[in-house]
Design a protein around this ligand. Structure first.
Ligand SMILES: *Cc1c(COP(=O)(O)O)cnc(C)c1O
Length: 683
């Protein structure tokens, strides 16, 4: 839970409203609130405008789901010799932002009575638009997305950071084209102009020292009916600004073209000494960790979808094109599949009430196991409660102390966890590099040795080199395990997976693990392989033995889905055609579109670019995942498109065009060049 903590300091005057002295605000977890309250009170008491007689500190609970994260604006700094010269620079920037008469805007600000808030002004007519002219519009409920404190810095730096946060919020408000700010602190002459057009431009001098006057103007260009929404955004929408760059150094005004514009995390923030943990708060370590994740752009949100998966889904009251689902064949909401689930549910109940070895086994379990084995060409299969459970059950059952597991560098987390749980020595080989596997297999001896790989890599969409892997495994006597979570129903002419994909006729891998929750649209996992091995797992697979049997509804759903997959291979063909078309369209935009499966990674490199690009796409009506560390390596962030058999041609054109545009825009948001050569570095 996050809170807005706000400070407002004022002093009574003989007649009329109290004089406003200072104000500040932060967004914090509860653990940080007491220290912040002290800090804000101290600031109120030390303000250059004089001593207040009243300090209000308020703490307001925020709706976490309403918090919007926006990227900071690229920042630069312009030096100037005098306030007059600074105002000239400000006028030039306002013109660049599209304000026709910047001189009049500056005059309006300097001539107006001081306001607690900002003026909201029509950029073309200079008409005042704020509902309360005496008060102005107050941009509030915002902070940096990192632990707040006094930022361990000089007064000027604090001014800058607060201004950069406010400017980022204002420039993300609907219909705002620019902001001009001159501080009302008599000791602080630096001001800025900000605009979505060019970012944040700090100007060394916008007034002479000693003048306790200043203010802000927000310039608006949009329909009158939309003013209220803009005001509501500014005053009530909680906003966290990600990756606020450090204060740019003042360069001579001639070089104002952005040499300082590249933002980056401020190293001073990572050792922020503020917020001493309250010993009474046993969850301080949790707050700290969450704050750190926010600071690094790694905080995760859960999108709530208000419809079943489909080519379009309902999200936050809008219909979005879904480019982020493992329901590749559109089976999750197929009425035959849901009817299969319903029949099983009505016949056998909601839950099995026991593990498979006690009272949990139903006829449906055996039926699905036989069908899965037959479809994939294995002797037998065993169901687990998820694909994750299958991997963490299988690997420790096969390997232990004294054994060696060779694992691809990009294997799924459930494989990594299975390896760790096994207690075997784990040797990581370079991604899909069979020469490396061969080299390592020569070096690492062990009692029993096994190689495990994703069949289709879940974040890169490429297919494991199975012929190469089998050859190396045969040479060194390795057991082979392939995870076909993203291969079943996706690759191979009839969706039978990686063996069919390569057209292998000889012996395939020893064992497959898989998930019922992707192309089959249901839930659950499995291991398939020799019957004696699945028998052995019934005894030795701890996630099988000590977990309740997979419940009837997903088993019924998976049975129906597998029937459809067998009867309608054209769904697989359509999925493959969609993926090929999407990749070709991306290439036309000059985007690399590696892989051969239904997963298409769009490399962004920088975490912030990936997140911003996903947001741009969502604004254009497309739901796509931004994938970052720890799912992929740091600096290998990406958009991950997952295609569906039921995407239409127009959907794919739109998605590819918008992806190209969103990545370009996101790179520009952070002042990066259009293409990032380093973005494919993975590890
Ligand atoms: C999704 C996935 C899993 C886990 O399957 P669940 O059924 O979701 O637990 C395992 N391996 C890979 C490669 C996956 O992508």
């Amino acid at each position: 839970m996050r809170y807005s903590i706000r400070m407002r300091a004022s002093r009574a005057v003989a007649h009329g409203r109290p004089e406003h002295i200072s104000g500040a605000e932060r967004i914090t977890g509860l653990a940080g609130a007491p220290a912040l309250a002290r800090d804000l009170a101290r600031r109120a008491l030390e303000h250059g405008k004089g001593r207040p007689d009243t300090i209000h500190i308020t703490l307001e609970e925020l709706d976490d789901a309403a918090i919007l994260r926006v990227p900071a604006l690229p920042a630069r700094a312009l030096d100037c010799a005098s306030a007059a010269e600074g105002l000239e620079l400000a006028a030039g920037l306002l013109r660049q932002a599209g304000v026709p008469d910047p001189g009049a805007v500056i005059a309006l600000l300097l001539a107006s009575a001081p306001l607690r808030g900002a003026m909201l002004v029509d950029a073309d007519t200079l008409e005042r638009l704020e509902p309360d002219r005496e008060r102005g519009v107050r941009a509030t409920l915002m902070d940096m997305a990192l632990p707040a404190g006094d930022n361990g810095g000089a007064e000027g730096k604090r001014h800058y950071l607060e201004a950069a946060v406010l400017a980022a919020k204002v420039c993300h408000a609907p219909h705002i084209i620019a902001e001009l700010c001159i501080s009302d602190d008599p000791d602080y002459v630096t001001g800025y102009v900000a605009s979505p057009a060019f970012g944040y431009a700090r100007i060394a001098r916008l007034k002479e020292p000693g003048i306790p006057r200043g203010g802000r103007v927000f310039l608006y260009r949009g329909p009158r009916e939309a003013v209220a929404a803009t005001v509501a955004f500014l005053e009530r929408r909680p906003v966290l600004v990600e990756n606020v760059p450090p204060p740019p150094a003042f360069a001579a005004s001639g070089s104002a073209t952005g040499a300082q514009a590249a933002p980056g995390p401020d190293p001073n923030h990572t050792t922020d000494p503020a917020q001493p943990a309250d010993p009474a708060d046993k969850w301080a370590f949790v707050e700290e960790r969450l704050d750190r994740l926010e600071a690094e752009g790694l905080y995760r949100h859960m999108d709530v979808l208000e419809s079943p998966p489909g080519p379009r889904v309902r999200h936050a009251g809008r219909d979005l094109l879904l480019l982020a689902s493992g329901d590749y064949l559109g089976l999750a909401a197929d009425t035959r599949v849901t009817a299969g689930a319903a029949r099983a549910l009505e016949s056998f109940g909601a839950g099995c009430g026991g593990s498979r070895l006690t009272t949990g086994t139903l006829p449906l379990h055996g039926l699905l196991e036989r069908r899965l084995a037959a479809f994939g060409g294995s002797e037998a299969a065993l169901l687990f409660s998820s694909g994750y459970a299958a991997n963490v059950g299988l690997l420790p059952a096969l390997c232990g102390k004294g054994d060696v597991i060779f694992s691809d560098a990009l294997n799924h987390a459930s494989i990594i966890d299975g390896c760790r749980l096994s207690g075997a020595a784990v040797v990581i080989y370079a991604h899909n590099d069979m020469a490396d596997l061969d080299r390592l297999a020569r070096q690492h001896a062990g009692r029993r040795r096994l190689v495990v790989s994703d069949a289709v890599f879940s974040m890169d969409g490429d297919v494991a080199d199975l012929p190469g892997l089998l050859e190396v495994a045969a040479r060194h006597g390795l057991l082979t395990v392939l995870d076909e979570a993203h291969a079943l129903g996706v690759i191979g002419r009839t969706g039978r997976g990686i063996v069919e994909h390569f057209g292998l006729t000889g012996a395939g891998p020893d064992i497959f693990t898989g998930s019922l929750s992707k192309a089959l649209g249901a839930d659950g996992g499995y291991v398939r392989g020799p019957a004696r091995v699945t028998e052995y797992l019934r005894h030795g697979g701890r996630s099988f033995v000590f977990s309740t049997a997979l419940s009837p509804a997903p088993v019924g759903a998976a049975l129906a889905a597998l029937d459809i997959l067998r009867a309608e291979p054209r769904r697989v063909a359509r999925l493959q055609a969609n993926a090929a078309f999407f990749r070709a369209r991306l290439k036309e935009h000059g985007l690399e579109a590696p892989g051969e499966s239904a997963i298409v990674p769009l490399m962004a490199g920088d975490e912030r670019v990936a997140v911003a690009a996903a947001r741009h796409m969502r604004e254009s009506g497309i739901l796509i995942s931004a994938i970052r560390y720890p799912t992929v390596a740091r600096g290998a962030a990406r958009l991950r498109a997952a295609l569906r058999a039921d995407h239409g041609h127009a959907d794919l054109v739109l998605a590819a065009d918008e992806a190209a545009r969103a990545l370009r825009t996101a790179r520009a948001d952070f002042g990066l060049p259009p293409a990032d050569e380093g973005s494919r570095t993975r590890c």
